[in-house]
Write a protein of this length. Structure first.
Length: 446
């Protein structure tokens, strides 16, 4: 699982500026998808080859003066509890103030690695004031300017050095992993119970009953599966309590852990904005997906075509995902869920010959003019499949910076039209090819 790094501190010290800089410039996967960039407090980033879930938090008041401030405090405390490393930001221009000292005292008692960042050090003169923050008792501060990018590399290198070492997954977790995800109260836990045929998860009419991810090993024929039930994901403004905020992070972790996400929606509400947001996160995490329209028994008089049209319009970027209309309450369609998920699993294991992929991609370049910038046009030297689960394709090109997301989407569609890959996201990696001259030299020596 990806380690969690939380950025904390009082208001207006530059937490979101740092978050946005890292999310925009160091995203492992960059997509132009609805719901994946706006109003988001989570981002999956990659630094030095290490994947991280970065969490932005609201300004922390040690002594909240209002009910809203108290709720914010709960949220931040929950993020701190879940994080593996804490980035504590202060404003170098303000010097050490009482609020920073109180927050520092709280963080020292958490037993977690804390990196102190004296932000807004926009010049050498301000950087020299960083030594004042030794008084907070959190070691040597990193002087930085999130706005200008100064000190950010040093900060992230320090973050990487403090992350827990990756733990190899146990053998039993090598089985296909399915995460049941969705908004609160759409029937996720009831679906889990309907699939396994017993009360493995507590079912309640109150939204948000499930707080943590719950793992259930399920035998499907000769194959063992891991089913992960999760808490519902709410919109940012509706995550009201600490325990709920904590569960949102766990849900995102569950998506990161799984191979296939079963996205549960409520048939009585069509496709909500938050459904799109969750689907966008599944796409960004490069997972497989099966869309489950639950509570179908409540809208049996509505034409299925109306839902299909809504899905097509609002989830265009996941048009490859199969859709099942089910009812956890009556059992309708439940028996089709696992077989469909296993079909997606098989698609994620598909491995194609290098020559076939190379030919297809080069023909696609000939049929559809690649993007250009000035006098330089994107060219592909070689293409091949470099991995499975997710299906990953490496494209050696003259300049990866020339790749536009729309052209990447065109190439992905070509792969799907030819080879299927139903239900699974594809990963296209554009790498700079060695120069023609160098390749010829090596070839001559051979």
């Amino acid at each position: 699982m990806k380690p969690v790094v939380a950025i904390v501190g009082r208001a207006n010290v530059g937490k979101s500026t740092l978050f946005n800089r890292l999310a925009n410039e160091k995203l492992a996967i960059v997509e132009d998808l609805p719901g994946t960039t706006r109003d988001r407090v989570f981002a999956d980033i990659s630094w030095q080859g290490r994947a991280i879930t970065l969490v932005d938090t609201a300004g922390l008041e040690p002594k909240p003066g209002s009910s809203l401030a108290q709720k914010i405090k709960y949220q931040v405390e929950a993020a701190i509890a879940e994080a593996d490393v804490l980035v504590f930001m202060v404003d170098i221009r303000d010097g050490v103030i009482a609020a920073d000292q109180e927050i520092a005292d709280r963080l020292r008692g958490r037993g977690k690695p804390v990196i102190l960042v004296a932000n807004k050090a926009d010049n050498v003169k301000l950087e020299s004031q960083g030594s004042d923050f030794y008084r907070l008792g959190l070691g040597s501060p990193v002087t930085a300017s999130a706005h200008h990018g100064r000190g950010v590399n040093e900060l992230m290198d320090k973050v990487i050095s403090l992350l827990p070492l990756p733990v190899p997954e146990e053998a039993e977790y090598e089985m296909p992993k399915l995460a049941i995800v969705g908004r609160p109260n759409v029937g996720k836990s009831m679906l889990l119970n309907a699939i396994v045929g017993e009360e493995r998860a507590v079912v309640d009419e109150v939204a948000g009953t499930t707080r943590d991810a719950v793992d259930t090993v399920y035998q499907y024929g000769d194959q063992k599966l891991l089913l992960i039930d999760t808490a519902g994901v709410r919109r940012r403004g509706r995550v009201g309590t600490g325990v709920e905020y904590y569960s949102v992070i766990r849900t995102l972790r569950a998506i990161n852990r799984c191979d296939i996400a079963l996205l549960v929606t409520d048939a009585t509400e069509f496709i909500a904005a938050q459904d799109i947001h969750i689907a966008g996160y599944i796409k960004q995490a490069c997972k497989g997906m099966v869309l489950l329209v639950n509570k179908w028994d409540l809208v049996s008089d509505t034409p299925q075509s109306a839902y299909a049209e809504q899905i097509e319009q609002r989830l265009k970027f996941m048009s490859h995902a199969p859709v099942l209309y089910v009812s956890a309450k009556t059992g309708r369609g439940v028996n089709a869920i696992i077989p469909k998920a296993m079909e997606v699993w098989q698609e994620r294991q598909k491995q194609l010959p290098d020559k076939v992929i190379d030919t297809l991609i080069k023909e696609a370049f000939l049929s559809h003019t690649p993007p250009r910038k000035g006098f330089r046009q994107l060219e592909v030297v070689r293409a091949y499949q470099s991995g499975v689960n997710p299906p990953t394709f490496a494209l050696l090109v003259n300049d990866p910076k020339l790749v536009h997301f729309s052209y990447q989407r065109f190439l992905e569609n070509k792969l799907r039209q030819t080879f299927g890959f139903s239900g699974t996201s594809l990963q296209l990696l554009f790498r700079k090819a060695r120069s023609q001259k160098r390749r010829k030299t090596r070839s001559g020596r051979a």
